[in-house]
Structures are given as structure tokens and as C-alpha cells.
Design a protein around this ligand. Structure first.
Ligand SMILES: Cc1cc2nc3c(=O)[nH]c(=O)nc-3n(C[C@H](O)[C@H](O)[C@H](O)COP(=O)(O)OP(=O)(O)OC[C@H]3O[C@@H](n4cnc5c(N)ncnc54)[C@H](O)[C@@H]3O)c2cc1C
Length: 453
């Protein structure tokens, strides 16, 4: 009998298990595939490892404007993938070690919930049945496979890829079509175009980059178009065949060449096939419904990470895991989402936190905006010849507090957290003006923008 069973060993599950084990709860973690989940094995970390290789290659190819010439630079894709695998192996080993030192019992295999009797939850793995007082569901999400003619055949012969296979592709193809211009699609578009592939992105919406502020998503699209990536917006893919993708652009049927096609139209929570219904857990539009403590409608049953459908981000899963475990331990804690940072690890990077102009308008929030080119930062100028990044701040004119921060440019991923803190702690603009930023850093752009507010 365990105090806690955690189902799924991705960021939500492994961190919940680690925290619970470290706090003295007897904890069982069940994982059917690989500890680390999507994030470590086929998501965040592998994609960022590849993108770093592309960045180095890009520097080598375009160093002339900085007075550096490199000859014969080329991408060795099998070596890039091999390094990615090494990074993943090391990180997964580190997590397993942390779980061990936190006294977590790991059970490899598919966990099937059998139900709850007299308050005890029973889960079967293979032939064994485990019992627990409480359960954290962290079964994550899976790639949506759109019902497009040709997809099934393409997946079978390996020319249609999901995020899983693309990260192990051993070659840089001449052409690639990416179906879906969200975060995953754009990061992979950037990688393959930089490495010499002709990439076409086909997106159903009239903009790329999902929930990003529209002004910045347009700028990112322009930066990508300059690199040679082709975009078709408001277009629907109607078929995939050998070497091509067919799509409807208004009333016209068009074709784009595609040695490979990446499907990146979205991800869906994993809520079926493992006995969730035996507990009577409430789901809504395909994901598990939770309260501010991460608890489902069933007392003692929690859901963290992608499976609750709130934010499909690893850092959201981490924090939700901590909140759920704290709640189990009887500590006061609750999930707040107003300062959730989002990052696109594209080149240029995009990062944002808080409200966008679009969400302000939707919610009827009054705002004042400040937009500045990144060239106000000396470090940005030193490192980005001809760079056209920007910062946009949205400010509450009544309370004089930051509502949103949107960055396009180098180090955006590392800087965004400082704006997140300002929003989370509800700092006043006058307080932000008193903060000291290290010089010269690109982060100073926040200080510059706030003085223009
Ligand atoms: C290409 C890509 C890039 C990404 N990049 C980023 C990024 O840069 N930053 C970011 O924040 N997020 C990123 N994400 C999203 C991030 O990976 C997810 O938000 C995160 O992995 C969610 O963690 P999780 O624990 O909820 O679920 P998952 O990581 O999906 O883990 C769930 C685990 O549960 C296991 N499981 C499911 N059912 C069972 C069962 N019945 N029995 C046993 N085990 C089971 C699965 O095998 C899996 O290992 C990316 C995703 C992709 C696909």
C-alpha cells in the first residue's frame, strides 16, 4: 500500500513523485515508456539540442558580417542526432537518480486503473496490482494525427513524421512541408531551413505562433520568410502523396514539394484506455478537469501536466506537480496562471508572458502599450548585425502595473522570467524603474521600455 501512486513519468509525474518521496510519502511512479516523458525524450530537450546545432551552423555560415569567415561548414545530421541522444540519456539518468534518492519506487509498464474500493485505489501493471491512498494522474498528451488522405500511408513508409520521428531524422532533406504553424512546427521549420532544406509551412489560421501577440507573430513570420521559409496561411491540407502535399488556398488547389511532411497540428490529452472511467473522474473537451490544487472531482485523485489541458508546457506541469503534492501534504498552495511564460526557441527567439493585445481586447482590459526596437540594447547591437527584434510592454493605465511583456530577439527565453516576476508580484511601474539590470545585457530592454511607458 503506497501513500501515493503517480501514473506517468513525464515532467508532471516525475517531479510529483520526487517531491512526494522527498517529503516522506511512500510513492510509486508508473511509466509505460521512458522516464522523462515527452519533454525529455521527444520534446523540449531534444528539440533544443538540435536547435543549438543549427545556431552554431548559422553562425559559421553567416559570420562574415562579424568579420569571421569559416570555410566548408556543414551539418552532420547523424552526429547532431547522436549528440541529442547523449544529452537525453544523461538527463534521464539524472532524473532516475533523483527519484532513487527520494525513495520513489519506479515500476515500468502500462498502468491500468482498476477502481477504488474502501478508499483504496488499485492499479494493475502487467500481472501485478498496486494499491494507493491517493493518485496523481500525469499521463500527458499525444500528437493529434489529422484525418488527411495519405497520412496513414506516409506514417507507414516514414515520409510523414510526428515530433517523435523528426527528432531522429538522419538526413537533411531537400524539401519539407510542415502542417501547422504552432510552436513545434515553427521550431522545426527554423531548424531544417537553417540546415539547408526548403521548408513550407501550411497553417489553417490567419496567423502563426498560436497564442502569441499578433504583432510579434507577424514579425517572426517576416524574419522566417527572409530566411526562405514559405508560409501559406488560411490554407487547408487536403492530401499527402509521394513527394508532395496538396492544399486548398482559398478556392485554388495547390501543391508543395515535400520529401518529408511533419504533422504538428496540435496535441491532445491522454485520458482514454487506462481505466480513468472506473474512478468517475470528470473530463471536459478531452481533458481532465481540476481545481486550483490540481484535484479532480474525486477526492484524493489529482491531475497535473498536459492531461489537465490548461497549459501544455513542461514548466506548467512542474508547478502543478508541486501544488498537488503540497495539497496532499496538507500545505496551503494553489496554482496561479497569470504569469505563465511561453517561449518559441526560434531564431530570433520569441517569448511572452501575461496578456496580449488580443486577450486585453477580448477581456475588455484597458491597456497602454510601449514598443521599442531591441536596438535600444547595446548588447543586442553588439551581437545582432541588422537585427530587427522588438519588445512590447502592455501596462494597466489605472493600476500602473505590467499586464504583458512580449519579446522577439536574442536571449528572449532567458529574459522573459524577469517580466514574469514583475507580473506575478504585481510590481508597480515606479518599482520596476528602481530595479538595476546588468549592463550590457539584452535584458536592459525591459528597463528602457518601462522608462518609455
Ligand atoms: C517537440 C516538442 C517540443 C516541446 N518543447 C517544449 C518546450 O520547449 N518547453 C515546454 O515547456 N514544453 C515543451 N513541450 C511540451 C512538453 O513536452 C509537455 O508540456 C510536457 O512533456 C508535459 O509533461 P507531462 O508530464 O504532463 O506529460 P508527458 O511528458 O506527456 O508524460 C506523460 C508520460 O505518461 C506516460 N503514460 C501515459 N499513460 C500511461 C499509462 N497508462 N501507464 C504508464 N505510463 C503512462 C507516457 O508514457 C509519458 O511518458 C514540447 C513538446 C513537444 C512535442
Amino acid at each position: 500500500m503506497f501513500d501515493l501512486i503517480v501514473l506517468g513519468g513525464g515532467p508532471g509525474g516525475y517531479l510529483a513523485a520526487e517531491r512526494a518521496g522527498a517529503a516522506g510519502l511512500s510513492t510509486l511512479l508508473i511509466e509505460k515508456n521512458k522516464i522523462g516523458g515527452v519533454c525529455l525524450n521527444e520534446g523540449c530537450i531534444p528539440s533544443k539540442t538540435l536547435l543549438n546545432s543549427a545556431k552554431i551552423y548559422d553562425h559559421a555560415c553567416n559570420g562574415q558580417k562579424y568579420g569571421v569567415t569559416a570555410e566548408n561548414a556543414h551539418i552532420d545530421q547523424p552526429a547532431v542526432v547522436a549528440r541529442k541522444n547523449k544529452v537525453v540519456r544523461n538527463l534521464v539518468a539524472g532524473i532516475k537518480h533523483s527519484l532513487k534518492t527520494s525513495n520513489v519506487t519506479i515500476k515500468e509498464g502500462f498502468g491500468k486503473i482498476l477502481g477504488r474500493e474502501n478508499g483504496v485505489i488499485r492499479i494493475m501493471v502487467g500481472e501485478e496490482v498496486f494499491e494507493g491512498q491517493r493518485l496523481i494522474l500525469a499521463t500527458g498528451s499525444e500528437t493529434v494525427i489529422p484525418p488527411i488522405p495519405g497520412v496513414r500511408e506516409g506514417l507507414a513508409d516514414g515520409t510523414v513524421l510526428t515530433n517523435r520521428e523528426i527528432l531522429d531524422l538522419q538526413e537533411i532533406p531537400a524539401t519539407m512541408v510542415i502542417v501547422g504553424g504552432g510552436v513545434i512546427g515553427l521550431e522545426m521549420a527554423g531548424y531544417f531551413q537553417t540546415c539547408g532544406c526548403q521548408v513550407t509551412v501550411i497553417e489553417m489560421l490567419d496567423h502563426i505562433a498560436g497564442a502569441a501577440d499578433r504583432e510579434l507573430s507577424i514579425l517572426l513570420q517576416k524574419a522566417f520568410e527572409k530566411k526562405g521559409i514559405k508560409f501559406f496561411l488560411k490554407c487547408q491540407v487536403t492530401g499527402i502523396g509521394p513527394g508532395y502535399v496538396e492544399f486548398k488556398d482559398q478556392n485554388e488547389t495547390k501543391r508543395a514539394e515535400a520529401a518529408y511532411t511533419l504533422l504538428s497540428v496540435g496535441r491532445r490529452a491522454v485520458t482514454q484506455g487506462f481505466g480513468l472511467e472506473t474512478l468517475g473522474v470528470q473530463t471536459e473537451r478531452g481533458h481532465i478537469v481540476t481545481d486550483a490544487q490540481g484535484q479532480t472531482n474525486i477526492p484524493g485523485v489529482y491531475a497535473v501536466g498536459d492531461v489537465n489541458g490548461v497549459w501544455m508546457l513542461a514548466h506548467a506541469a512542474y508547478r502543478e506537480a508541486e501544488v498537488a503534492v503540497n495539497s496532499i501534504l496538507g500545505k496551503k498552495d494553489l496554482m496561479r496562471y497569470q504569469a505563465m511564460p511561453s517561449v518559441l526557441y526560434t531564431n530570433p527567439e520569441m517569448a511572452f508572458v501575461g496578456e496580449t493585445e488580443e486577450t486585453c481586447k477580448e477581456k475588455g482590459i484597458e491597456y497602454r502599450k510601449v514598443t521599442l526596437p531591441m536596438t535600444y540594447s547595446g548588447r543586442y547591437m553588439a551581437e545582432n548585425e541588422g537585427g530587427d527584434g522588438i519588445i512590447k510592454l502592455l501596462i494597466d493605465p489605472v493600476r500602473n502595473r505590467l499586464l504583458g511583456c512580449h519579446l522577439l530577439g536574442s536571449y528572449a527565453s532567458e529574459i522573459i522570467m524577469s517580466a514574469g516576476i514583475m507580473i506575478e508580484t504585481e510590481m508597480r511601474v515606479d518599482d520596476i524603474k528602481e530595479l538595476i539590470f546588468p549592463h550590457p545585457t539584452v535584458s536592459e530592454i525591459i528597463r528602457e521600455a518601462i522608462f518609455h511607458a
